[in-house]
Design a protein around this ligand. Sequence first.
Ligand code: IPD
Ligand code: CA
Ligand code: CA
Length: 270
Amino acid sequence: MTLTASEPAIADRLALAREVAGRAGDLQRERYETRLTIASKGASIDLVTEVDRACEALIVGAIREAFANDAILAEEGGTGAGPGAEFCWIVDPLDGTTNFAHGFPRFCVSIGIERRGERVVGVVLDPLLDERFEAVRGGGAWLGSRRLAVSSETAFGRGLFATGFPYDVHTSEDDNLEAFARVVKSARGIRRDGSAALDLCYVAAGRVDGYWERKLHAWDVAAGILLVEEAGGRVSDEQGGPVDRSGRELVATNGPLHDSLIEKIRRRAV
Ligand code: IPD
Ligand code: CA
Ligand code: CA
């Protein structure tokens, strides 16, 4: 069995998302550990390489050709189509750029699709492990031919968690370090692997029990949130309320550990 979508408008877009994620992933695999042109964006530790840009151009070009009326929100600026479009593609052409630039083997292509503001498709491809995570609203979350389910862990002390730090960590006091310390001190383990989209997929796959991060962007989380929800997990802001598409504040868990993770990471008054 693999993921299918019954509605043609969704099935056609899922097919294109798979195809372009595959092509961008091929490019990333070819260029991995080769000489790269690396530039930094606003904050000095926020990097972009020519591979990020080439992957985005490839993905955005294919979407425009196939679905000219769809809106696109893409990290490196390939944004287009006016308001009122029924579908919006949210693209992170290379999530994990710092890893990619350093030859650390953990990065991916992430493509989410919204229909009138509702997440309907998510595709995340890890080109080195050849793992394609995907979900369609109502159709479950899948890793290739395997249907995914979040973990069933109920004890925080046996939990493995993931997180990340914002690009303004050198200058902002809202840096996630206190929350990180509290979780390290009470969980079985914590990982900071540098790809938000894969972190969310790993919650969906039950590889980690929970994940939180602040100051992300829509392209980091668009596909991954749907993966977690379709795998039976819970996604919210840090108050337990609905998560918004911005990625500003995100907690994603297997469900049973959600409230305790929120309690651990809650900002304390000084
Ligand atoms: C970053 C990664 C990282 C997270 C950053 C993101 P990028 O995306 O997802 O894990 O900690 O906040 O911006 O810049 O590699 O696409
Ligand atoms: Ca990203
Ligand atoms: Ca990126």
